[in-house]
Write a protein that binds this ligand. Structure first.
Ligand code: FES
Length: 79
């Protein structure tokens, strides 16, 4: 199904990028989804969210980032 009519981007294309571990902003930059009229942004974000919820690779990536430390973890360590 075409999600972004302006850029002719399908849900499959968005899902493929999301399963590769990309977030919405990265997908938007890469594909140009939701960069013209913006009507597709909600649907595109839903596709990304569904893929992230069912994609163990994305969860592993987030867990790795948490272990390596991020700005919000650093602030807790200083308390
Ligand atoms: S439908 Fe995606 S930017 Fe217009």
């Amino acid at each position: 199904m075409i999600v972004c009519v302006c850029r002719r981007i399908s849900d499959r294309e968005i899902a493929r990028h999301a399963r590769a571990g990309m977030g919405f902003d990265e997908i938007q930059f890469e594909l140009g989804v939701a960069t013209q009229c913006g009507q597709c942004e909600g649907c595109a974000r839903d596709v990304v969210a569904q893929c992230n919820a069912s994609c163990p690779t994305a969860n592993i990536k987030l867990a790795t980032q948490a272990q390596e430390g991020s700005p919000w973890n650093t602030s807790q360590a200083s308390l």
